[in-house]
Design a protein around this ligand. Structure first.
Ligand SMILES: [Zn+2]
Length: 120
Protein backbone atom coordinates (compact mmCIF):
# COMPACT_ATOMS: atom_id res chain seq x y z
CA UNK A 1 0.00 0.00 0.00
CA UNK A 2 1.31 3.43 -0.92
CA UNK A 3 -0.32 6.58 0.31
CA UNK A 4 0.48 10.23 -0.15
CA UNK A 5 0.09 12.55 2.79
CA UNK A 6 0.14 16.28 2.34
CA UNK A 7 1.29 18.52 5.15
CA UNK A 8 1.12 22.24 5.15
CA UNK A 9 3.49 24.28 7.25
CA UNK A 10 3.29 28.00 7.59
CA UNK A 11 6.37 29.92 8.59
CA UNK A 12 6.70 33.63 8.89
CA UNK A 13 9.10 36.17 10.22
CA UNK A 14 9.10 39.84 10.81
CA UNK A 15 11.11 41.23 7.95
CA UNK A 16 13.29 44.24 8.10
CA UNK A 17 14.68 46.33 5.31
CA UNK A 18 17.98 44.54 5.83
CA UNK A 19 16.22 41.14 5.43
CA UNK A 20 14.70 42.31 2.15
CA UNK A 21 18.09 43.41 0.89
CA UNK A 22 19.58 40.03 1.78
CA UNK A 23 16.67 38.14 0.17
CA UNK A 24 17.27 39.95 -3.13
CA UNK A 25 20.92 38.93 -3.16
CA UNK A 26 20.57 35.28 -2.09
CA UNK A 27 19.72 32.76 -4.81
CA UNK A 28 16.62 30.65 -4.31
CA UNK A 29 16.07 27.90 -3.21
CA UNK A 30 18.10 28.22 -0.10
CA UNK A 31 19.89 25.48 1.77
CA UNK A 32 16.98 25.81 4.20
CA UNK A 33 14.85 23.63 1.90
CA UNK A 34 17.03 20.61 2.67
CA UNK A 35 16.97 21.37 6.40
CA UNK A 36 13.18 21.62 6.34
CA UNK A 37 12.85 18.39 4.37
CA UNK A 38 15.06 16.45 6.79
CA UNK A 39 13.26 17.86 9.84
CA UNK A 40 9.82 16.90 8.51
CA UNK A 41 10.94 13.44 7.43
CA UNK A 42 12.58 12.89 10.80
CA UNK A 43 9.44 13.88 12.67
CA UNK A 44 7.25 11.58 10.58
CA UNK A 45 9.69 8.70 11.05
CA UNK A 46 9.51 9.18 14.81
CA UNK A 47 5.71 9.06 14.73
CA UNK A 48 5.83 5.89 12.63
CA UNK A 49 8.68 4.28 14.58
CA UNK A 50 6.35 1.56 15.83
CA UNK A 51 5.52 0.64 12.24
CA UNK A 52 8.74 -0.72 10.69
CA UNK A 53 6.68 -1.89 7.73
CA UNK A 54 6.14 1.77 6.72
CA UNK A 55 8.77 3.44 4.58
CA UNK A 56 8.63 7.22 4.33
CA UNK A 57 10.04 9.02 1.31
CA UNK A 58 10.03 12.67 0.37
CA UNK A 59 8.00 13.69 -2.67
CA UNK A 60 8.03 17.46 -2.99
CA UNK A 61 8.32 20.82 -1.34
CA UNK A 62 6.49 23.87 -2.54
CA UNK A 63 6.63 27.35 -1.17
CA UNK A 64 3.72 29.71 -1.59
CA UNK A 65 3.86 33.28 -0.35
CA UNK A 66 0.66 34.14 1.51
CA UNK A 67 1.10 37.80 2.37
CA UNK A 68 -1.05 40.00 0.19
CA UNK A 69 -2.86 37.16 -1.59
CA UNK A 70 -6.60 37.78 -2.09
CA UNK A 71 -8.96 36.11 0.35
CA UNK A 72 -6.34 35.43 3.02
CA UNK A 73 -5.86 36.74 6.52
CA UNK A 74 -5.13 35.73 10.07
CA UNK A 75 -7.75 34.30 12.41
CA UNK A 76 -8.75 36.97 14.92
CA UNK A 77 -8.68 34.37 17.73
CA UNK A 78 -5.66 32.11 17.16
CA UNK A 79 -3.72 34.15 14.57
CA UNK A 80 -3.34 31.23 12.14
CA UNK A 81 -3.44 31.97 8.42
CA UNK A 82 -6.78 31.22 6.78
CA UNK A 83 -8.39 31.64 3.41
CA UNK A 84 -11.94 32.83 3.06
CA UNK A 85 -13.82 29.93 1.47
CA UNK A 86 -16.60 32.29 0.44
CA UNK A 87 -14.29 34.55 -1.60
CA UNK A 88 -11.71 32.29 -3.24
CA UNK A 89 -10.02 33.52 -6.41
CA UNK A 90 -7.55 31.76 -8.67
CA UNK A 91 -4.78 33.55 -6.74
CA UNK A 92 -5.97 32.48 -3.27
CA UNK A 93 -3.66 29.89 -1.66
CA UNK A 94 -6.00 27.12 -0.49
CA UNK A 95 -3.47 24.85 1.25
CA UNK A 96 -3.82 26.83 4.46
CA UNK A 97 -6.66 26.61 7.00
CA UNK A 98 -10.20 27.13 5.82
CA UNK A 99 -12.07 30.04 7.29
CA UNK A 100 -14.38 32.91 6.57
CA UNK A 101 -14.96 36.53 7.40
CA UNK A 102 -17.44 37.25 10.20
CA UNK A 103 -18.05 40.82 11.38
CA UNK A 104 -15.16 41.98 9.16
CA UNK A 105 -12.70 39.60 10.85
CA UNK A 106 -11.10 36.43 9.54
CA UNK A 107 -11.88 33.36 11.63
CA UNK A 108 -10.52 29.86 11.09
CA UNK A 109 -12.93 26.92 10.85
CA UNK A 110 -12.34 26.07 14.50
CA UNK A 111 -13.23 29.58 15.70
CA UNK A 112 -16.18 30.31 13.43
CA UNK A 113 -19.61 30.40 15.12
CA UNK A 114 -21.02 26.87 15.37
CA UNK A 115 -23.86 27.69 12.98
CA UNK A 116 -21.51 28.88 10.23
CA UNK A 117 -21.46 26.46 7.26
CA UNK A 118 -17.65 26.23 7.34
CA UNK A 119 -17.37 25.77 11.13
CA UNK A 120 -15.45 22.66 12.15
ZN1 LIG B 1 -8.61 30.37 14.82
Amino acid sequence: MTITDRYSVTSSAESTRQDSDIARRVPFPLRTDEVIREAILGAIRVVLSDRPDFRVEWESLSITPIDGKPGTGRCAVCNCWVYDVENVTSLTPTMINRGAIVNEQYLCDEHLPEDHPVAF
